[in-house]
Design a protein around this ligand. Structure first.
Ligand code: ADP
Ligand code: MG
Length: 381
């Protein structure tokens, strides 16, 4: 039959079947702080050369985006996160996660430059040219709402948690560990008791973020004085009332713990245990990525808190971007290679983007939302 997608489009169908979406993978090279030997050369906006120190030629790696040292926070935001923010406003879910060894620039990308130890957040800590993705995403969501026809019908809420030693802590209201809950036969994961703060003040959000980040568990290790051994997950939920019900989209922004191997940080005792747990979460994430990239029918998300929480992001019910971070200096060659290979594998994952979910009408979702599609199909028969 000659009636392909163009026919559907001309009829203005908005409930097309889920699209296939590949997980987008970006690599960001942080600036070098010294003049030593380098193992990375960015050769285009999508490729780089990696010199593994052997006798062979440098190897070329290609990704959806490669950000060089001089690329700005705004460039990274525009390419990776701004398109997702548009989706979230329309009622889709989306996720960005920052991967890489400690010191490779993950927190810089997600949050921005960190203040000197002990300094308290000030009003000047609102958006600056160095603000990270979290602040920029929130800014753009508020801007969009203020410009919309009916700002009062929109609601923005945020939650911010960390996973440290496989324990979940609320970063907006630090206290004891929180438990994961599953409902809808494991399809929906929630964190019991996690605070969800509704706000209409962007200033308040920024100060909540900075306060939350200060609450992250920081422990000195041999690799880095203030290495973050925790995963931090920010979730921004946008709800808007429409004639069909309440439309909800959610953006997950994740600053993962350092991906370096435990042996390199000379971990002992408590440190070693932390390393083991971090490896467990990142290992589980790596296993999921392997399974997904190989097109496996069964993917095990149950092995760690991180993968259970990111299940929605990885299993294809949302658009996902991974930003892998690397340092350019040769002394970080091993970690850099691990990260490049990890990102390469993630590059071949395909996810399925689903249509908006109207939370008020979840029960009637299939019939109500596909009704006119069914009518059109009947007409064609
Ligand atoms: P991670 O969170 O991966 O451990 P950080 O984000 O803390 O790494 O970065 C390590 C250091 O490098 C910090 O001092 C940070 O400010 C700096 N840095 C990282 N990326 C950049 C960048 N793109 N531009 C300027 N400074 C950066
Ligand atoms: Mg960090």
């Amino acid at each position: 039959s000659g009636s392909g997608s163009s026919t559907s489009q001309s009829r203005g169908l908005t409930t097309a079947p889920p699209q296939e979406e590949r997980l987008l993978v970006a690599v960001r090279v942080r600036p070098s702080f010294e003049n030593g030997e380098r193992c990375i050369e960015v050769i285009s906006p999508t490729s780089l050369l990696f010199d593994d120190g052997g006798r062979g030629k440098a190897r070329k790696y290609s990704y959806d985006y490669v950000f060089k040292e001089s690329d700005t926070q705004e460039m990274v935001y525009k390419a990776t996160t701004a398109p997702l923010v548009q989706d979230v406003i329309k009622g889709y879910n989306a996720a960005v996660f920052a991967y890489g060894a400690t010191g490779s620039g993950k927190t810089h990308t997600m949050l921005g430059p960190c203040r000197k130890k002990g300094a308290t957040p000030t009003e000047a800590d609102g958006q600056t040219s160095d603000s990270g993705l979290m602040v920029r995403a929130i800014e753009e969501i508020f801007q969009y709402i203020e410009m919309s026809e009916d700002p009062a019908s929109c609601k923005v809420s945020i939650s911010y948690l960390e996973i440290y030693n496989e324990l979940i802590r609320d970063l907006l209201n630090p206290g004891g560990p929180l438990e994961l809950r599953e409902d809808n036969r494991g399809q929906r994961i929630t964190v019991a008791g996690l605070s969800e703060i509704t706000t209409s003040s962007r200033k308040e959000v920024v100060s909540l973020l900075l306060k939350g980040n200060k609450a992250r568990t920081m422990e000195p290790t041999a690799a880095n004085q203030t290495s973050s051994r925790s995963h931090a997950l920010l979730s921004i939920t946008v709800q808007s009332k429409t004639s069909l019900g309440v439309k909800q989209g959610r953006l997950f922004l994740t600053d993962l713990a350092g991906s370096e191997r435990a042996k390199k940080t000379k971990n002992r005792g408590k440190r070693l245990q932390e390393g083991a747990h971090i490896n467990r979460s990142l290992l589980a994430l790596g296993n999921c990525i392997n399974a997904l990239s190989g097109g496996a029918r069964y993917v095990n998300y149950r092995d760690s808190k991180l993968t259970r929480l990111l299940k929605e992001a990885l299993s294809g019910r949302c658009k996902t971007v991974m930003i892998a971070h690397i340092a350019p200096e040769s002394k970080h060659r091993d970690e850099t290679k691990n990260t490049l290979v990890y990102a390469d594998r993630a590059n071949s994952i395909t996810t399925r983007l689903q249509n908006s979910v109207y939370v008020d009408e979840l029960q009637n979702f299939p019939t109500k939302h596909y009704q006119h599609l069914v009518f059109e199909l009947r007409e064609e028969v």
